[in-house]
Design a protein around this ligand. Sequence first.
Ligand SMILES: Nc1ncnc2c1ncn2[C@@H]1O[C@H](COP(=O)(O)OP(=O)(O)O)[C@@H](O)[C@H]1O
Ligand SMILES: [Mg+2]
Length: 296
Amino acid sequence: MKKALILINAYSKLKSAMNQPTRLKEELKKLGVEVDIRPNSIDTAMIIDGRPVSLLQDYDFVVYLDKDKYTSALLEKSGLRLFNRHEAVLICDDKMDTHIRLTSQGINMPDTIPGLLCYDKDASVQEAKDRIKLIEERLGYPCVIKESYGSLGNKVYCAENKDQLLILMEKVKLKAHLFQNMISTSRGRDVRIIVIGGKAICGMERTSQSDFRSNIELGGRAKPFNMTQPFIEMAERVAHILQLDYCGIDLLFGENGEPIVCEVNSNAFFGAMESITGINVAAIYAKHMYETVYKV
Ligand SMILES: Nc1ncnc2c1ncn2[C@@H]1O[C@H](COP(=O)(O)OP(=O)(O)O)[C@@H](O)[C@H]1O
Ligand SMILES: [Mg+2]
């Protein structure tokens, strides 16, 4: 019997978070795969006698919808195939790591300066004069400040001037973060493309009238995006470099309408994409996993 496990976050109570596992289970079932959905738990994977031990060895593969890096690392070490792979999820979870991994590969991205680690809540950002000067000279205003870990747009900020920059630097100083130039030709507008098994499947364009961030969760409106060759190529190259089985890539529009990589979501929700484009994303992902694991 073919068997798969869909592992979701241990604490997630969000109803919207259940759409993903439910749809994937449905589509895997159509292919003849028995599927269990389980929240991640303390006994999913552990180290015993110096070896990775998982209680999930009955499964042919795991659809890993969590981002917990310890569990994914141990599951993979115990021999299970994860979709996405541990390292791919790890890199995408951290926006700065994603940009670093994409450097020197001919990938367009905003100029990006990593924030420096600060352990002292009493340290003053005012003293970081050299860094502020560098940000002003290299990135200018408005500039974008992002926490490295975040989603749905709520940890992405914009500084229009030095006063706002200082306030934001103070706000994020104890967290991993980065600074970027604002791609002004794309203010309030971007494209999300889903790539599965190396192929760009579908895309939606998101626009916001009220915010520089175009996330739907913050009021952005989405419509189907007619994927042009440069966008398809950029999305597929990014997914290939990061070795993602499945992802949603956010792309900004450059001065000549060219794609610029904003971020890569290894665990992108596909509910809105399915309803906007009419494409059965879950079925295509299920087929990719099936063919990869059972080599058909
Ligand atoms: N450098 C940038 N220039 C212009 N707009 C940006 C830039 N970075 C992010 N944005 C806008 O902010 C939104 C959220 O940023 P993103 O990096 O995708 O974070 P999140 O993971 O929270 O979605 C993007 O969809 C885009 O509209
Ligand atoms: Mg995004």
